[in-house]
Each structure stands twice: as structure tokens, then as C-alpha cells.
Design a protein around this ligand. Sequence first.
Ligand code: BGC
Length: 789
Amino acid sequence: MPLESFIGDIMEDRQKIHDLPIEKLAGLLTGSAFWQTAECEEIGMEAVTLSDGPHGLRVQDKMPNHLGMGTSCPSTCFPTAALMACSWDTQLGEELGEHLGAEAAYMGVAMVLGPGLNIKRSPKCGRNFEYFSEDPYLSGKMAAAYVRGIQSCGTAACIKHFAVNSRERARMVYDCRVDERTLRETYLTGFEIAVKEGKPAAVMTAYNKVNGEYCNSSRRLVGGILRGEWGFDGLVVSDWGGTFDKVASVKAGVDLEMPRCNFSAEEVAEAVENGSLDRSLAEDAAARQLAFSRAAAGVRVRDVDWIAHSRFARRCAENSMVLLKNEDGALPLGAAERVALIGDFAQTPRYQGAGSSLVNPTFLDNIRDELTAAGVNVAGFARGFRRKGGNSGRLVAEAVRLARRADCVVVCLGLPEGMELESCDRAGLSLPENQLALLNALRPLGKKIVAVLSCGGVVDMSWDEDCSAVLYAGLAGQSGGAAAAAVLTGAVNPSGKLAETFPLREEDVPCHYIYNKHAYKMDYAEGIYVGYKYYNTLGVPVRYPFGFGLSYTSFAFSDAAADESGASVTVTNVGDREGATVVQMYVGIPRRDLQISPAELKGFAKVRLAPGESRRVFIPFDSLSFRTWDAASGGWTEGGDCEVCLGESSRDIFFRTVINRGPQPAADGEKYSYERWFAAHISPDEPKIKHKKGDIEATLMTEIYDLKYSRGFVGRLFALISRLYSRSKDEILANSMNHLPIRFILLFMNYDRTQAEGFLQACNGSFFGGIKKILFKKRPRGRGKETRL
Ligand code: BGC
């Protein structure tokens, strides 16, 4: 539901908004509850419900929270974005969006909080499973497709997290130091594509800072780039608890703070009254919300065929899983082969990630049942390892005994739930030790080993030498077991291609030495050399390249050509099975200040062909194909001899040609080599501030951790409780607790302004004054009413 049509309609309501008392107006800029926006009779604005998320709905009717804890209503769990991106199929992405939109409409949800399209800068980011790719073009195209699908049902989509949100550690306080070209080309381009092509009704700001400024209060990112340059006129929503300075946020162009904050209305009203905030900005925000609530009122509630949705989830997974290795035709499994099925994941699937995207599935299958149902001769199942905990000699011995009785071992490996979480990053890329120990025990048996890998991102795969075949099954959603079984048996010919690179070693990742080095800042020193743009440009060997994936058939490419309008090639299926491949177009743009220009993905087309069938594929150039950000003039530029390549992966290029795009802009100085670029973009280390007790004057922006140095013992006690809590069992909370700003905590404690002031006062040493305000609040307010669904 693009809002443009509604913006026009509410123009006559502007006067009504203008006439609202300031307290009332200010109150509209925060939610009315955890998942609901505010309502206002005077202007005819109704409350609407928002809900996560990107690969299935998480509609909560009790115990609302933003971390996936507690229950939610059942809904279809589709494959996560990380796997869907491997389909390289925007049509399928759009259909997934339609299914999400339909379920949302059925559940009375007006806005789906997704898709997420942050760039996978490091494989360690705990939330990579929720994002599409290391590449902005692929991410942007997939996100735009989801948005079109979701919004075709009348439901709004909210793309997130804008912007440069590529780590989870200390996610509410860290600052991304990123140069302008990298920001534009790598971290904003995907959002730009999604905004311009998908026309989402909403954009969610990220928690982090970019170059010293919180995204949520960045006039440059929100007002300047998103609204100004890209012409976005929809709703800008904060991440949950991600408004750190309410007045600055309104000034930046953010319309809605979520969830409800009991003291932000007063902050806004006070700023308008004292002249530090222009009232018309608050009116604009209210007008956009009114437009949104009107648009939401038109959403038709429809019935959902849950079984069909589950089947569709399976189709998504079948079209996305990536066959990484298949020596001597190890796959598909032969009808007569006796298969030893090993690995905990075969029975208890790992099919989604944890955190705000957690879906309560309507149904859940597993590989064990599905392989048997597919008629595979399963000789038995052995768990092989425990999901949590160390090596188990007993489980390994049992697996070895089973493997001895079989012709072939299908071993289901992956990352346990606790390793891919919102709010924490991974410490390394290895699979858990107990899974590697299992492989070590199976190897000497000399059996054919087929590995099925369930995880939302890149893992170290040095163990793949022990395997004849490897299937990357990703986090495949509730019907992922059936999809994996179909690929393993050959009922489905795999056609997924990697949307991120699997490096040879963890140390090869371009940002390895700087990622998460500091709690508070992140240098983006590798610049635009993210993922394959680094490995391919610098010639670093990788295990599996970006864009790679095998098939049970093979394709021939002939008569490739390129002209001013695009590149084309004839693709022929030269095997004996139906199958699909992806023609990928990469463009290398000569840049005046780079020694080597990375070839970047600028187009792709998925083609499905019957055996012997041929098709001419044309990939058009567009406004993104040849552009590059010119830091000197502060704008996009084009020119020079650009190399256009077609390939079946970023490393398997079958056609290259040069297209001249006019004169290359003159060089304006020394050329950077990668190493010099890298060195030039490491910001100097800030001297460690050594605080002493009493040094810190608590404000709403102060981190809980720093309360350790506050003047009042209340602050210090709070910091201590938080530190103790950090050692608690709940991994998500434990990892984020210390690095939460006070404002976040007060919002979730449902404090009003007086109480918030009281809390700060108590932290700052005025115990009695502070406690009095906390206990005798100005007026009682509830958390707000959650709409019953
Ligand atoms: C996440 C968002 C999510 C929101 C609401 C936040 O913690 O970052 O992606 O939409 O919670 O659950």
C-alpha cells in the first residue's frame, strides 16, 4: 500500500491536525501499546497493529516483547531471507510476500515489520539469517519483491533496519564509521532499490549510529537521503525502543516511536512550546500516520489456506537450497542405497533463527520423516551429537555402528539455536566441536558421506573434504525437511546459488581484524570491498564463491553479446533433467581513485529449462549499472570503459566485453591500493576514558554499564544488577543488558516523565527526591491496551 494516494486525501485533515492541542498531537507520535499505533477521534485516526516479521508473522496477544520470547499466534514459517536470497528469484520473493501479506490481513495486522535487508558484512553477525546477502543489488531486488507481494494484499511492509546495521553486539550504542562512497554504494543502495522499486509504506530506522549520529535522529539519513533524495513519503518508524532523543528524531523526519513511550509526548510538547521544535514537523508526522491508518482501514480480511501456505513454504525452500558439492554423482540418492541418517538436525530441525523474527509455526516437518516418506531406504537414525553440550562418545559410537551397516551416510549438521541470535554475534565460524568429532569418527569408515547443513549463514567448511556431497539447506522454514528430502532424492533439481561467499578461512573475511574489535565503534575500513568484491578483486581463494551452486543437469551458454541496452545470452539445458540456473551480470566500473575496480552484480535472471531446451536471456542495464559514487563532487557519476561480464557465478564468467560510457572522470589524486584504502579508513583509537565512581552524570542516553560510575548508589546498584543479570541463562537478554541506554529501560518499565526524571535524579545522587518521583508519579498510565486478535 504505497501511501502516496492517501497523502493527497488527508490534506483537508491538515487543519484538524493543526487545531489539535499540542499534548494531543505529541501523543500521536508514539505508539498506544507495544504493537499498536495511537488513535485520535478528533482527526479520525484509528489505532493499527504492527507485527514482526520477515519470514512469518509473530502476532502476540499477551506478554508483548521485541525479542521473540513468549508465545505468539501460529503462522506459516517460511524460509528465512538468507535462504530465500539463494533462489535469486524475485518472482518467488514476491509470492512469499503475498503469502505474508495475506496472513497479516487475516490476523488484523496492518504492517509487517520486514523484510530486513542489512548487508552481511561479516559472517559473524548474529542476525545474518534475517538478511538477504552480502550484495546490495541482490538484497535490494529481493526486498523490493517482498514489499510488492506484502503490499499487494493491502498490508504495509516496513523495510529495516535503516541503515548500516551489520552487527548485533552492543547494537544500541555502537557507531559505524563509514566513508561516503561505501555508505552509498554498499550500505544504502539496497534500501534505495527497495524504496524506489518496492514503494514500501514504511521504513524502520536502525538502533546504531552512523558517523556519530543515531540513525533514528539522523536528519541526513532520514530527512536528507531517504525522504529528500529518494522521495520516500511513507512512514518512518523507530526500531523497538530505538528512539534515543525524541525531539531530534521528529526533527529528522521520523513519524512514529515504537513501542509506546510514556514520556516522549511531554518531551515533544515541551520542545514545541519552548520553540526548539517546529510544530509543523510534528504535524507532518501525524499526517503521515493518519494517511497510514486510513490506508490500513482498507485492508480486507481474508481466509488463509494454511496447508497451501505450508506447501508454498516448501516450494520456496526447494528453489533456494544450494548444492555445494556433488562428487561422482553422489546425489541424488539411489533407490537401492541403504542410508544411515545421522545428526540431531535430521530429527529436530533447525529451521529459523531466534529473536524478534521467531515464528510459532503452524506445522513442522523433519528430514527423518520426509526421507522415509519419500521412499528412501533409511537403515536407521542416530543422533550423533547433542545440540548443546560437549562430545558424547556414546552418541558417536552409536552413529558409527549405524554407518557401518549402510552404503551411504546422510549427516545433518548445522548451527545450534544459540549461535544465531538477535542481539549477539557469533564468536567464530566453526561448527560446534561435537559435530566435527562426529565427522572425524565417520571419515575412516570410507562410506559416501552426504552433509546437509542447516544454518542461516556462512560456516567454516574445512570439513567438506570428508564429504562426497554437501547440501546447504539454510534455515528452510516449517516445510524444510520435505524440501531437503526432495533435493536429496532428486525429486527436485537444486537451483539455489549462494548469496554470500563461503571463505576458506575465517581470517580471510575482509573485516576480520576489525569486526567487533571495539564495543562502541565499528570502522568500515574495508570500504566497498565486502564479500565477493574483496575476494574476487584481490584474488583471495574461497571455498564457495558468491553466486555458486550446482545442479543435477548442466547448462551451455552461447552467442553472448552486449550493447548499450544490456547483455544477452542463449542458455541451453544440455543435461537430461529439467533444471534452472541463474545468469549473473557483473559490471566493473573504472574508478579514478581505486587501483582495482571490483566487478559488481548489476543484473540476474533465473531460467528454468526442460532437457534440450534453449532460451535467449536478456539482462537490461538500468540506472544502477554503471554508476559510482564520486566523493569529490558528492554525487553519482558514470564514465570510462566498463567491463560487462556474464557468468554462472561471480567466479565462473563465460563472457566479457567492454562498454564505453563516455569519458572517464579525470583522476584527482593518488590511487588507493586495497591495503592503503584499508589503512586510511581506520579511525584513530579513542583514548580509553577511565571513569571513577561518581564521574558519570546519568542522562537518558547513558548506557546501563556506565551507571557503574554514577554518583548515586541507585545507579550503581542498577548497573550491578544488570551485570549479574548478564550472567543469566537468557542469552538474548544477557548479551544486550549492559549496553542498553537508560531511555530504553525506562520506556520498557512503562515510566512516565516524572518517574523518568526521578530515576535519573536517583542515579545522580538525589535518592529521596528521585524515589519520591518514581513512587508518586504524576498520573497513572497503563502499558496501553493490546488489541485482541
Ligand atoms: C528488532 C526489529 C523488530 C522489533 C520488534 C527489534 O528488537 O530489531 O527488527 O522488528 O524488535 O520486535
